[in-house]
Design a protein around this ligand. Structure first.
Ligand SMILES: NC(=O)c1ccc[n+]([C@@H]2O[C@H](COP(=O)([O-])OP(=O)(O)OC[C@H]3O[C@@H](n4cnc5c(N)ncnc54)[C@H](O)[C@@H]3O)[C@@H](O)[C@H]2O)c1
Length: 290
């Protein structure tokens, strides 16, 4: 294919909360998508979620069965990178929020993808320049930060580090638009424009639970009805995943400093007990709600 045209072959790596959602929306938008996860059970779970989301959209009258069939035909799955990476125009990584894991994956990818391919990370907090540092060509790496659930949330933050190329920026912008998203461009800085503000609210809400100020439900209702937030910060933390929130808080505490990003003990304890939010059945709430 012409390397200067809009990329049509998308590889999404990580089939968890974010990866399956990105794959679903991209396949629905007409891109040819391969969803990859190293863990077969996670891959099957992600694939099932896509099917459930599409079925839900049909039930709500948001999607026709023919649209569903087109999306399904555009979506393949794999447990190995080797084949799909070779034909990828764009790779979006949505694996665990750990710098070493992301650096290792992108180094591996660089040896597999064609020279024109753009590499994107869905990281919520890690510095893009650090993720790009070990690459032979760091200019091909950009942040594409989607929001959860991907099929509902309109925003994509494009995060550019000092060496991100114009081409990476324009390809990412083009794909975000094709996926029906509104993109903002943010310079590489800890937590970007979104997590840096949003995480503070979540952590403060947890400190309020620790201090017995009010129940999680009442704190969430305060923000929903008093400030017109569509969802309170603790319910949102359950949807994001408590482990993910903790990883982001630790990154921001390290990168920005100060007390405001220090993770409350309550969050650390819940993560240690496996109370990760919706994905594990319990966080600040029980899932599914009783
Ligand atoms: N959860 C959110 O609301 C949210 C929102 C925006 C961005 N993010 C970011 O997206 C990324 C993924 O978060 P998530 O919540 O989807 O995580 P998750 O734990 O739900 O899923 C991660 C998946 O990646 C797979 N994986 C891990 N290492 C892999 C590798 N080397 N190769 C292939 N697969 C691998 C795991 O098996 C797992 O299925 C993180 O960087 C996170 O910060 C998360």
């Amino acid at each position: 294919m012409n390397p200067n045209s809009t990329p049509l072959n998308l590889t999404v790596i990580g089939a968890g909360t974010m990866g399956h959602g990105i794959a679903q929306v991209a396949a629905s938008a007409g891109l040819k998508v391969t969803l990859v996860d190293a863990d077969l059970a996670a891959l099957e779970r992600g694939r099932r979620q896509v099917d459930e989301n599409l079925a839900g959209a049909i039930q709500r009258g948001k999607l026709t069965p023919a649209d569903r069939d087109r999306a399904v035909a555009n979506l393949a799955t794999a447990t190995s990178l080797a084949d799909c990476a070779r034909t990828a125009d764009l790779v979006i990584e949505a694996i665990v929020e750990r710098l070493d894991a992301k650096q290792a994956l992108f180094r591996q990818l660089e040896a597999l993808v064609p020279p024109h391919a753009i590499l994107a990370s869905n990281t919520s907090s890690l510095p893009l320049a650090k993720i790009a540092a070990p690459l032979a060509d760091p200019s091909r790496l950009i942040g594409m930060h989607f929001f959860n659930p991907v099929f509902l949330m309109k925003l994509v933050e494009l995060v550019v580090h000092p060496r991100t190329s114009e081409r990476a920026r324009s390809v990412a912008l083009d794909v975000a638009r094709q996926m029906g998203k509104t993109a903002i461009v943010v310079n590489d800085s800890p937590g970007f424009a979104s997590s840096r503000l949003g995480v503070i609210l979540g952590l403060e809400a947890m400190r309020m639970v620790e201090q017995g100020v009010a129940s999680p439900a009442d704190i969430d209702t305060a923000m929903e009805l008093g400030y017109n937030h569509p969802m309170g910060p603790l319910k949102l933390t359950d949807l994001v995943g408590l482990d993910i929130r903790l990883a982001i808080a630790d990154t921001l505490a390290r990168e920005i400093g100060g007390d405001q990003y220090q993770a409350p003990q309550l969050l650390r304890d819940k993560v240690a007990r496996g109370e990760l939010g919706k994905k594990s059945g319990k966080g600040f709430y029980e899932w599914p709600p009783k």
